[in-house]
Design a protein. Structure first.
Lengths: 281, 249
């Protein structure tokens, strides 16, 4: 990677709490990390707080939840002190987010092209014709073969892989500096997964973006990211370089790596995770 | 020996769409057979056609040597049971586990329900404490265990498994896969298992069939995959994809 050392995002002791009838649920309990122009993976199982961490950074936490942090700063801007208006200006323009399933996260009644143009014109003063040209160029950049045809299609008319590419195009058109990808390939077929990751890989390194890649798939994340954070029960249990995953120390990380079936490894029964209460402490 | 499942040139047509284009399959008793392919390849449709849940246009299906007609009788469902992909959608939300497990027993007129329910719950590692809970009070892994218990309660000889672990976390997936293997060994069951994950299929099955757009691409032994003895590009692509992402730089 480029030797950029500037910190893009600084998170210190982030907590997200949901009030419920039975008391407070702490979804995220004191997460700290910083992100430069690099690829950071956040891995964990369902309920580990990985998605809520991403959402808190993006400012998409549900209104009833409480967020607190010693520091939550993007490029020097204190996100917790920022007004909704300032957050809105950041969202989509400087921080973008890709969600899991294009079927649910694209607007079903708007053509793909119009959605991309809408994003662009919300954040930049451009004319209609120019916006259309840039949207087409962006669709081409995410390797959609016939951009002018796809521009006029609605989300239900395209496949999952194509929809996900359209969402990437929409997120990249305003030229964000940081992107949060929440399980961007989990809803896709394995073969399509690699195509989408390849596109993401190329665009992120070409544009020098910071990327937070949230996923439950430790193996996939470690092959894609520079650094990996492993979360368990709302906490970070381990932070390590992706290349050093084999030398993971925490039993949870090792357990997660171990319990996946591998082609060529004849292990019956599969090792299972023996969850210790002290991991969550 | 008669095959546990023999499918011959099966065609399934939804309206005008040919979901299965003449697929043949042969599974021996006690064998674990896998079906792999991407979404839309017809692997689940094949499973559902065997269970009587898809419109068969032509071709034949035989289970334990008996050719099946358009309608499945009760005897068929005592031999063949299915476990579905999504444990959140396949359990009745307003029935307790006990009630869920009684349903198949009542349909088939078993008298020793009490004993069978307890045995089935024990077998899937869920003890009596779970018996009077609702499915929303269970985790995903526990729900899938209930679904497996429900399939086992009639003591079938064949289980059809449609992506039984793809909705589960990796660690829970390992537990459920281990449970399925253990039950198969103990009860000498025949498995026909669908998955998009080659690693799971090579782990669970001795033989497998790769499918693409409603057709069989190739038949392999699990060892062929381990030693990468595949002949078709499509299978090679699937294999490469299961290795994970390789960075260009």
């Amino acid at each position: 990677m480029s030797g950029e050392t500037k910190t893009l995002l600084d998170v210190e002791d982030l907590r997200v709490t949901f009030p419920t009838r039975t008391g407070l649920i702490e979804a995220v309990r004191g997460v700290s990390f910083s992100l430069g122009r690099e690829r950071l993976g956040i891995v964990g199982e369902s309920g580990s707080g990985k998605s809520q961490t991403g959402r808190a950074i993006m400012g998409l936490t549900p209104p009833q939840a409480r967020i607190s942090a010693n520091k939550l700063a993007f490029d020097g801007i204190d996100l917790l002190a920022a007004s909704p208006r300032e957050r809105r200006a950041l969202r989509g323009k400087r921080i973008a987010m890709i969600l899991q399933d294009p079927k649910y996260s694209l607007d079903p009644v708007m053509s793909i092209g119009r959605q991309i143009v809408e994003t662009l014109r919300t954040h930049e003063k451009v004319g209609k014709a120019e916006a259309r040209d840039r949207a087409l160029a962006m669709l081409e950049a995410v390797q959609i073969r016939d951009p002018s045809r796809v521009f006029d299609l609605h989300p239900h008319e395209v496949s999952g892989g194509m929809g996900q590419r359209a969402m990437i195009a929409m997120m990249l058109i305003a030229g964000p500096e940081m992107m949060i990808a929440d399980e961007p390939t989990s809803a896709l077929d394995v073969t399509v997964q690699l195509d989408v990751l390849g596109i993401l890989d190329r665009l992120v390194s070409e544009r020098g973006m910071g990327l937070i890649f949230i996923s439950h798939d430790l193996r996939l994340v470690s092959s894609f990211c520079d650094r990996v954070i492993v979360m368990y029960a709302g906490k970070v249990v381990e932070q390590l370089k992706a290349s050093e995953l084999g030398r993971a120390q925490h039993p949870y990380t090792r357990g997660l790596l171990n319990c996946m079936p591998k082609i060529g490894a004849d292990r019956h029964p599969l090792p299972v995770l023996d969850r210790k209460p002290e991991w969550a402490a | 020996m008669t095959s546990a499942i023999a499918v011959d040139r099966l065609e399934v047509i939804f309206d005008r769409f040919r979901a299965l284009k003449g697929v043949s399959l042969d599974v021996q008793p006690g064998e674990s057979f896998g079906l792999v392919g991407e979404s839309g390849s017809g692997k689940s449709t094949l499973l559902r056609a065997i269970a009587g849940l898809a419109p068969v246009a032509s071709g034949s299906i035989a289970v334990n040597g008996k050719t099946l007609g358009a309608r499945r009788d009760k005897a068929f469902y005592r031999e063949v049971q299915m476990v579905f992909q999504d444990p959140y959608g396949s359990l009745h939300p307003r029935q307790t586990v006990d009630r869920l497990l009684q349903e198949p027993l009542a349909i088939h007129g078993f008298a020793d329900g009490e004993k069978r329910i307890q045995r089935a719950l024990d077998e899937v590692g869920l003890g009596n404490g779970f018996r009077f809970r609702y499915s929303h009070q269970l985790s995903g892994g526990q729900r899938q265990r209930v679904a497996i218990a429900r399939a086992l309660i009639l003591e079938p000889s064949i289980l059809l498994l449609d992506e039984p672990t793809s909705a589960l976390d990796a660690s829970v997936q390992a537990e459920v896969l281990n449970l399925l293997e253990e039950i198969r060994k103990r009860r000498k069951l025949t498995f026909l298992m669908v998955s998009h994950d080659l690693a799971i299929i090579t782990h669970m099955c001795e033989r497998l069939m790769v499918m693409q757009s409603g057709e069989a691409v190739e038949n392999l032994a699990a060892n062929d995959l381990v030693e990468r003895r595949v002949t078709k590009d499509y299978t090679r692509n699937l294999l490469r994809a299961s290795d994970g992402f390789v960075r260009s730089d």
